[in-house]
Design a protein around this ligand. Structure first.
Ligand SMILES: NC(=O)C1=CN([C@@H]2O[C@H](COP(=O)(O)OP(=O)(O)OC[C@H]3O[C@@H](n4cnc5c(N)ncnc54)[C@H](O)[C@@H]3O)[C@@H](O)[C@H]2O)C=CC1
Ligand SMILES: O=C(CO)COP(=O)(O)O
Length: 331
């Protein structure tokens, strides 16, 4: 039995806590505030983001970092990307040096343009593993077969986390290409916003197939420029996660885009989704990375202009479709 702290009591933190508890581990979940903790203790369910999933009594809840981090073998970071740095700083005094950190959050820190493992590593000296892939919490919590990837610069740590999480319904591969794995997981959320907008505008499956296919070309172009292995973008954390997020009714990013396509403002759409929509802050980071690496990313540019420069959606679509004609390329 391993002692595990899970930071974040939203849908993903809870789905992974359930899995680890089923495997016989001792799990303590850090809650953002007293109300989140009280509701979980009262209802043994998170009605906001995982309704209908009961949380067993063996899973503990706390708002105290010390209780969730000190003496743990593994600490799972499942807070929104914007809170990864402050959370890393807050847990630093309680972390033991052997504790392995698993980041399951997806995003880019805008101020530094770091991936989230880079943010964590800039604060704490511990080994960091990224767990990523096509994995909606709503399905994992219901034991629906899912396959993901554990990635780290330290393969011993990646294999430890592979063993920790693997079950008959949750298959975990390893991949040493941490930058490729993380960029795939972060950037797919921006393309999923675009897929949602297409849905909201009443477009069909052709449009979504085009966004997915050209979207992965953009993600891979940036990912390779930043040192990622091109093969990673054809795998679970690349095209796999992009497909599920662009197509699934569970996706928060796709839903947010759909609402925007239907005419809601960005703020209204985020409020209606009522869970973290990582594609929105990630669009800013992706756009800045595109400029920094001098790369062409037309879909990400279109989403940036639509979200942050108030470009009307129909103009954005026309601009995207009427660019100079060219040969199909995959790099
Ligand atoms: N929900 C899913 O199916 C999956 C989510 N992810 C990623 O996991 C991360 C968390 O997502 P969800 O669990 O869906 O989010 P959520 O919105 O359901 O919950 C996030 C949790 O983080 C904590 N939190 C909220 N605001 C905070 C803040 N300002 N500072 C510190 N903690 C805060 C709270 O405990 C909250 O319940 C995101 O980066 C998401 O992209 C990755 C794979 C699957
Ligand atoms: O990363 C995810 C699935 O792999 C979750 O995506 P959403 O945040 O869009 O629901």
């Amino acid at each position: 039995m391993q002692k595990i702290g899970v930071l974040g009591a939203g849908s993903w933190g809870l789905a992974l806590s359930l899995l680890l508890n089923e495997k016989g581990h001792d799990v303590t979940v850090w809650c953002y505030d007293q109300k989140e903790k009280d509701d979980l203790l009262t209802y043994r369910e998170n009605k906001r983001c995982l309704p209908g999933i009961k949380i067993p009594l063996e899973i503990h809840f706390s708002t105290d970092y010390e209780e969730c981090v000190e003496g743990k073998d593994v600490v799972v970071m499942a807070v929104p990307s914007k809170a990864i740095r402050t959370t890393s700083e807050a847990i630093m005094p309680y972390l033991e040096k052997e504790t392995v950190i698993v980041n399951v959050s997806k995003g880019i820190e805008f101020e530094t343009l770091y991936t989230l493992s880079q943010v964590i590593e800039s604060v704490v000296p511990n080994k960091v593993v990224v767990l990523s892939g096509p994995s909606h919490a709503e399905e994992v919590a219901r034991h629906m077969p899912t396959a993901v990837v554990a990635s780290s610069e330290c393969m011993v740590s990646a294999e430890y986390i592979q063993d920790l999480f693997i079950t008959e319904y949750f298959r975990v591969y390893t991949n040493p290409d941490i930058i490729g794995v993380e960029l795939g997981g972060a950037l797919k959320n921006v393309i999923a916003l675009a897929s949602g907008v297409a849905e909201g505008l009443g477009y069909g499956d052709n449009s979504k197939a085009a966004l997915i296919t050209r979207g992965i070309a953009e993600i891979a172009r940036l990912g390779v420029a930043m040192g990622g292995n091109p093969n990673t973008f054809g795998g679970l954390t690349g095209i796999g996660d992009l497909i599920v997020t662009c197509m699934s009714g569970h996706s928060r990013n796709r839903r947010c885009g759909e609402l925007i396509g239907q005419g809601y403002t960005l703020d209204e759409a985020i409020k209606k989704v009522n869970m973290v929509v990582e594609g929105v802050p990630t669009t800013k980071g992706a756009y800045a990375l595109m400029k920094k690496h001098n790369i062409e990313m037309p879909i990400i540019t279109a989403i940036y202009e639509g979200l942050f420069e108030n470009a009307p959606v129909d103009e954005v679509v026309t601009k995207l479709m009427c660019r100079d004609k060219k040969m199909e390329s995959f790099d």
